[in-house]
Design a protein around this ligand. Sequence first.
Ligand code: BTN
Length: 261
Amino acid sequence: MDAEYSIVDLAVDMRNLNKRIVHFSAIDSTNRFLLEENDLPGGTVVWADYQSAGRGRFNRSWQSPPGDALLFSILLREPYCAISLSVYPLLAAVGVYAGLRSVLPEDNALSVKWPNDILLNGKKVCGILAQSRMKGARCESLVVGIGLNVNQAKDFFQDNLKNASSIFLETSRQMDRFEILRRVLVEIDHLLTELSVSGRSVIMEKWSSACDSVGQMIVIHDGKETVSGYFRGVASDGAMRLETGSGMRTFYAGDVSVVKE
Ligand code: BTN
């Protein structure tokens, strides 16, 4: 394993995740680290204060000043790796939503945005990147990486991040990253149990109740085309259902924006 890490105890028992988490003050990317790791068991969580090469969706970079953001990744192996992988980004989004809901005042508008962003007062405060390592058709490991903007100040959000914000900016409160981490992991652990007991539909129902853009006109860009239509919710595998002028369409990935009508 890479040098310069310590083990931090979350002091809460979980069924699927290890409460002893691996903490780096600096690393290139917590997702990269876990994806290349062969020896660590499923349920391992790696948390870093700083990433020098953090990755976002569509291979974008994901940056944050040291100590401001909550940057962590969860390693899942069998049996979770065998379930349809598209459920995990949405499951993680529900976990972050529930963890944040428990620390934020009621009047802060919190919602999930398809597929796996968390919005606070309409601004993105969290992104999730799920990556898998396959051997043929078999999933060897699945890594769910979560980047949560906690205490960044205004000057961090330059023009290219105008739709993003931090919890601090939205609430005027500096937050304890470790406490948020603990709450989010407890929620994700609980959701993993629910997934194995009751299946994907429970996760999709929870995701839908945390989403406030179902029924709204949206535009999605999936890398090949830009399509607009009414967001009709998620299918059981997490895909977006979009009612377009030429019928119902299904999308598995893309950048989404809500059209103000
Ligand atoms: C997005 O583009 O919205 C997803 C961003 C995911 C960033 C997190 S930070 C922790 C983990 N390590 C990475 O390199 N990426 C993810």
